[in-house]
Design a protein around this ligand. Structure first.
Ligand code: IPE
Ligand code: IPE
Ligand code: MG
Length: 261
C-alpha cells in the first residue's frame, strides 16, 4: 500500500471546498504583452515575475493552499537561444531575490521538472531554496521548469518498473500517482490559463483529470488579484460532479443538512 495523502479523483470522490485548495496556472502571454507595448518579448517575462508575486499573495490571502505554475515547458527549448537564456537568468535572479521572503511567509517552495539540463548554478539555488523552505507548510508554491506532463508520466512508470522487479505490470493508480512529481499535493481544483489559448500544452496531464478549467484572454503580466477573483468566482459557479448526476449531488447536500431525515 502506497502512503498517499490525497484522494485520487477517479478512485474516490474528493472533498470539495468553496475556495480551491490547489490552483494550477499556465502563465501565458508575456511575449504578446511586451509586443503590444513595442517592447522586446523578454520584458514581458520580467513583468510576469511581478504578476506571480501578486498572485501568490492573493492565493494565500484567499485560503488557497497550493499554487503550481508553469514557467518553462520541456518544449520551450525550441525558442530562440537568447530568449531561453534570458528566462534562465531571470529564474536565477528572481529566486535569489525572493527566497528569503518566501521563507519568512511560511511558503514551501519546490521546483518540478527535469533540472538536468539547467546550469549547475541555477540547480544549486533551486536546491538551496527547497531545503531552506522544506519545513514550511502554510502554503505550497511549486514552479514547473523544464517540465512536461508526458515526461512526468514516463518517469513515474520507469521508476515503478525499476522499483518492483518481478511484478508483471498490475500497478494501481495510487502507485503510479505516488511516483509523479506532484505526489505531495492534492489534484488541482482549478486550472487557469492566461493569454487566450485553449490548450493544456503538456502540463499536469494526469492530475488535471477532474480539474475545472478556466481560460482567460488576460495576458499573464496583467493578471492581478481582481483577475484571480474572477477565476475563483467562475470556479464557485461550477458543479463538480465527478461522474455523478446533478440530482445525486443535491440529494447528498440535503442529507447533510438533515442527517436524520
Ligand atoms: C509564457 O509567455 C511564458 C513562457 C512560456 C516562458 P509566452 O512567452 O509564451 O508569451 P506569448 O504566448 O508569446 O505571448
Ligand atoms: C506554455 O506556454 C508553457 C508555459 C507557460 C511555460 P507556451 O506559450 O509555451 O505554449 P504553446 O506553445 O503556445 O502551447
Ligand atoms: Mg505563449
Amino acid at each position: 500500500m502506497v502512503g498517499r495523502l490525497f484522494r485520487s479523483s477517479t478512485r474516490e470522490i474528493p472533498e470539495v471546498a468553496s475556495v480551491p485548495q490547489h490552483i494550477a496556472v499556465i502563465m501565458d502571454g508575456n511575449g504578446r504583452w511586451a509586443r503590444k507595448r513595442l517592447m522586446p518579448r523578454v520584458a514581458g517575462h520580467s513583468r510576469g515575475v511581478e504578476a506571480l508575486r501578486a498572485v501568490t499573495r492573493g492565493c494565500i490571502e484567499r485560503g488557497v493552499g497550493y499554487l503550481t505554475v508553469f514557467a518553462f515547458s520541456s518544449e520551450n527549448w525550441r525558442r530562440p537561444p537568447d530568449e531561453v537564456s534570458f528566462l534562465m537568468q531571470l529564474f536565477l535572479k528572481s529566486l535569489r531575490r525572493e527566497v528569503k521572503r518566501l521563507h519568512e511567509n511560511g511558503i514551501r517552495f519546490r521546483v518540478i521538472g527535469d533540472l538536468s539540463r539547467f546550469d549547475s548554478q541555477l540547480v544549486g539555488v533551486v536546491r538551496e531554496a527547497e531545503a531552506l523552505t522544506a519545513a514550511n507548510d502554510r502554503f505550497h508554491l511549486t514552479v514547473a521548469a523544464n517540465y512536461g506532463g508526458r515526461w512526468d508520466l514516463m518517469n513515474a512508470m520507469s521508476r515503478l518498473i525499476a522499483n518492483n522487479p518481478g511484478r508483471d505490470g498490475d500497478f494501481s493508480e495510487d502507485e503510479l500517482a505516488a511516483e509523479l512529481s506532484m505526489s505531495f499535493a492534492p489534484e488541482p481544483d482549478l486550472f487557469i490559463r492566461t493569454g487566450g489559448e485553449k490548450r493544456i500544452s503538456n502540463f499536469m496531464l494526469w492530475q488535471l483529470a477532474y480539474t475545472e478549467l478556466y481560460f482567460t484572454d488576460t495576458l499573464w503580466p496583467d493578471f492581478d488579484e481582481a483577475a484571480l477573483d474572477m477565476a475563483i468566482d467562475s470556479y464557485q459557479g461550477r458543479e463538480r460532479r465527478f461522474g455523478r448526476t446533478s440530482e445525486q449531488l443535491k440529494q447528498s447536500a440535503a442529507e447533510l443538512q438533515e442527517p436524520n431525515a
